[in-house]
Design a protein around this ligand. Structure first.
Ligand code: N01
Length: 537
């Protein structure tokens, strides 16, 4: 058992983008920092999500760290890189920043206890490692806790069966096999389906809700073309903090219904042609607040998708006449040839709304109509206990001995989406009540990472040993998050944005929907006011 003794300033949990950025910033300030990670290597989500077709939906160079020593020498091969290239990027981060020397891999943190007499955390990992850091920073990501529904008989299935986020690192051969994707319509499922669809023997997609997927428009990139643009990178990284979603492009400063039908059609065509999240992030500014406007955008999307599908059954299932929910308030996936897969003769779509799964058998999946769909492999693309699960899976006990999981059972209480009362010197990044799922990942974690690093510096330089969110400030922050979301259409979809995908979880807005630029400003102002809303001593 290794004991990281009481000289440790900061322990970080997780070595994805957030953990590595935080390590880099804090080391630069001269503090002793260490990372515990359950994974066998760096990468965070890109370590765990290596299912067929896994790739990022945010384009580069927005989706990378703004650290000059890294971006100067690095070049990507695709506009939306796949998981293998992202893993290479993480190795390059190590080559440049020498991060792995401060990381304990295969070290899953299971508990954290606040020690009021030393103002330190006692953090214990499954493998027996212990640390006593002054500050504990959870960089566990918003999707580190896979969710597998409680399907009757799941353990009896005799074929191959994996959750997308626990996919084996060695290749799983599915060529020619009969594969069922349950349920293939989140971002993970869409990617698996379009990747394996062309090569498997038969594909059965068990769909509950169609994904309102939009075109990715993947592009190959040359090193030369990226080099030519690098002079602009510092501006791009600054700009991404000034927009609503953390990219450098922003919402169109006009409402959908203000535009004439001709103007609207031409603008939507332009966004459609650009690909990526432009169709969401650069769309009219009332897309997610006005149902009538949203219906217009949905109608455009539906027509585009239907044009690509040959079979009227598939048209209605994948792009229904009546929208399953407002467009863009449940995470749309970027697709490359997703819809064409459903034109193949070896692909079947089972509508689980009409005919739910009753059990999983040794041979496959049985649905309510009594049919047993025989399968060689089942892909569980059933999502995550998102935003809170990465934090609440750790047994974290605060000042009064209560756990954070108990505290958040009726709903999340955080201050600035980074701290929670009763848990001093604990920070979390890319979690609930921050811009998280409504923000380009690296933008959000750099904003929060800088803020936390500055806070740690403030504490240490002033010889303070304890900082804790005030309960009133936390209550106000929560209310602010709820009020801003209530102005939008998010509650009309049953999604992980609202915690609605996990049975028993409180249904409430889990993301800051007030814009990244505003979030950044508020956090900075609070720090400038001497960390207003925190009790410090
Ligand atoms: O998970 P999801 P995901 N019976 O929760 C269905 C990020 N990500 O892993 O919609 C039947 O979105 C569920 O059905 P429904 C990204 O932010 C990014 O796909 O609830 N079906 C849904 O279809 C993303 O949003 C990337 O009706 C059940 C699916 O399972 C987030 O991670 C790639 C069911 C779960 O979809 C999560 O995406 C991948 C049940 N009991 C992921 N329970 C990129 O950047 C659930 N489902 C590309």
């Amino acid at each position: 058992m290794k004991d990281h003794n009481s000289s440790l300033d900061v322990l970080i949990v997780g070595s994805g983008f957030a953990g590595i950025y935080q390590l880099y910033q804090l080391r630069k300030l001269g503090y002793s920092v260490h990372i515990f990670d359950a994974a066998g290597d760096t990468g965070g989500t890109w370590y765990w999500n290596c299912y067929p077709g896994a790739r990022v939906d945010s384009e580069i160079p927005f989706y990378e760290l703004s650290i000059q020593d890294v971006w100067k020498g690095w070049a990507w091969t695709e506009r939306f890189p796949g998981w293998k290239e992202l893993r290479k990027y993480f190795n390059y981060l190590d080559e440049k920043l020498n991060v792995k020397k401060d990381i304990s891999f295969n070290t899953r943190v299971v508990s954290a206890r606040w020690n009021s007499s030393s103002d330190r955390w006692i953090v214990t990992a499954e493998n027996g490692q212990v640390a006593h850091p002054r500050f504990l920073i959870l960089c566990t990501g918003f999707s580190s806790m896979p969710y597998v529904p409680d399907f009757k008989g799941l353990e009896s299935f005799e074929g191959i069966c994996h959750h997308t986020a626990r996919w084996p690192h060695e290749d799983v051969d599915m060529k020619g096999k009969r594969v069922g994707v349950i349920v293939g319509t989140g971002a993970s499922g869409v990617q698996v389906i379009q990747e394996i669809g062309p090569e498997v023997g038969h594909l059965t997609v068990f769909q509950r809700t169609p994904n309102l997927a939009i075109p990715m428009r993947q592009e190959k990139l040359s090193r030369e073309s990226q080099e030519k643009r690098k002079g602009l990178y510092p501006t791009i990284y600054k700009r991404r903090r000034q927009t609503y979603t953390g990219y450098y492009y922003d919402r169109y400063p006009k409402s959908t219904l203000e535009a004439t039908p001709e103007e609207r059609l031409l603008y939507l065509e332009e966004l459609w042609a650009q690909g990526g999240f432009h169709f969401i992030t650069s769309n009219y500014n009332d897309l997610r607040t006005n149902q009538e406007a949203n219906d217009e955008i949905y109608a455009f999307w539906r027509q585009k998708v239907r044009e690509r599908l040959h079979d009227p059954y598939m048209q209605e299932k994948l792009a229904p006449t009546i929208p399953p929910h407002p467009f863009g308030v449940k995470r749309p996936c970027l697709e490359q040839h997703y819809y064409e897969v459903f034109n193949q003769s070896n692909v079947t779509l089972v509508d689980l709304d009409e005919c739910p799964i009753t059990e999983i058998t040794a041979k496959g999946i049985r649905t309510a109509d009594g049919v047993e769909h025989e399968l060689d492999a089942i892909v569980l693309a059933t999502g995550f206990d998102s935003l809170t699960g990465g934090i609440t899976q750790i047994d974290i006990k605060g000042v009064d001995g209560g756990t954070i999981a108990e505290k958040w059972k009726p709903g999340v209480y955080s201050y600035l989406g980074m701290t929670s009362a009763n848990f001093p010197n604990l920070f979390f990044m890319y979690g609930p009540q921050g811009p998280t799922a409504f923000c380009n990942g690296p933008t959000c974690l750099e904003i929060q990472g800088d803020w936390i690093a500055n806070c740690v510096k403030y504490m240490i330089e002033n010889n303070y040993t304890r900082i804790e969110a005030d309960a009133k400030a936390e209550q106000d922050w929560r209310q602010r998050v709820l009020d801003i979301s209530a102005r939008g259409l998010w509650s009309k979809a049953k999604s992980w944005y609202m915690g609605a995908n996990i049975p028993g979880k409180a249904i409430e807005p889990l993301n800051w929907a007030g814009g990244v630029q505003n979030y950044d400003r508020i956090c900075i102002e609070i720090a400038e006011k001497g960390y207003e809303g925190f009790n410090i001593r």
